[in-house]
Design a protein around this ligand. Structure first.
Ligand code: SAM
Length: 304
């Protein structure tokens, strides 16, 4: 959908979903209140382009420098997050992927601006990507990013409803490598399991909801929503990425098996309720012993 065609975006125009080219904040302004059920997104991180000598330089967007003054960047993110709050139904959620960054020794944490939004911060999930972009040793390798589960309360009810047992068994650490650059030419795509995990856990697959990704890039969130039976709205400023996403959605069946693999993880033999009624353990979570054991490495002398 081209920018010029856009007047007001309403639910009945959506069909199976829409990809919209344009600036996120401007497009969100054309959407009505309380329209979407769930959002999932990874914004540009304001990486400061070439100044960041300690980062590998492969995350380069095709028409965007990603180098705003930090204050301008944070103010823009705050406005985007509050617009998404406005268009989200009460009881709806937004999953916001970001990371801790440093510039000349000053740390910027996503909570610096998240606390000033209208959202209630329900959980901080650590995404252990098992791979880092650092090429210098100023700090330990930063292998993690963060995913903030933001919740729009119903009245003064800040907590919302419980997850199903099959979804609540996921821990707050999600381990999985980023998408393979050879399979997806976008510089920073989600792996498909990530939006799929969120959609399955929050919306399920029985009823159709509306899922938005305000920085849709190669269309990963939209594709997961489509395969799982939901409507999607994807926004990106780059015509090339909108084209890429559109093509991917048209050939979506090729990636169904990845969604199936994630769905297979959302199963329990007995629900929490059933275990409780049979007096079985409903308490502690323990990692399998194979993971708990410390990995053994080469033996190093303790004292030199
Ligand atoms: C981290 S990428 C998102 C990748 C996406 N999750 C995927 O799976 O492909 C961020 C995207 O935001 C887009 N973008 C940056 N600034 C934007 C803006 N002001 N409005 C709309 N899109 C923007 C970039 O073109 C880029 O595709």
């Amino acid at each position: 959908m081209a920018k010029s065609e856009l007047k007001k975006i309403t639910e009945d125009q959506l069909g199976e979903g829409k990809l919209i080219e344009g600036d996120t904040l401007a497009i969100l302004g054309k959407m009505g209140d309380n329209m979407v059920d769930l959002g999932i997104s990874s914004p540009p991180y304001n990486k400061q382009g070439k100044q960041k000598g300690w980062l590998v330089k492969n995350v380069v967007y095709n028409d965007y420098g990603d180098a705003l003054p930090e204050r301008t960047y944070q103010e823009n993110q705050l406005s985007v997050l509050d617009e998404i709050y406005r268009i989200t139904k009460p009881g709806g959620s937004f999953f916001y992927n970001h990371k801790i960054r440093w510039n000349k020794g000053t740390m910027f944490h996503p909570m610096d601006w998240l606390r000033n939004t209208k959202w209630s911060v329900k959980q901080e999930i650590i995404w252990d990507r098992m791979i880092a972009a650092n090429i210098r040793g100023w700090r330990f390798w930063q292998v993690e990013e963060r995913i903030y589960w933001l919740y729009k309360p119903i009245g003064d009810q800040l907590i919302g409803k419980e997850l199903n047992s099959a979804d609540a068994k996921m821990t707050s650490i999600w381990r999985g490598v980023p998408e393979n650059g050879k399979k997806n030419p976008h510089p920073a795509p989600f792996p498909l399991w990530l939006p799929a995990r969120i959609i399955i856990s929050i919306l399920g697959t029985q009823k159709s909801g509306i899922v938005i990704d305000p920085y849709v890039g190669s269309g990963t969130t939209a594709l997961a929503a489509k395969i799982l039976g939901h409507k999607y709205i994807g926004i990106d400023r780059s015509p090339a990425y909108i084209e890429m996403a559109s093509e991917r959605l048209n050939n979506g069946s090729r990636e169904k098996d990845k969604i199936q693999k994630e769905l297979n993880l959302h199963q329990v033999e007995e629900s929490f309720k059933e275990r409780k009624s049979q007096g079985k353990n409903v308490g502690k979570y323990r990692l399998p012993s194979s993971i708990r054991k410390r990995e053994s490495g080469p033996t190093m002398p303790l004292i030199r």
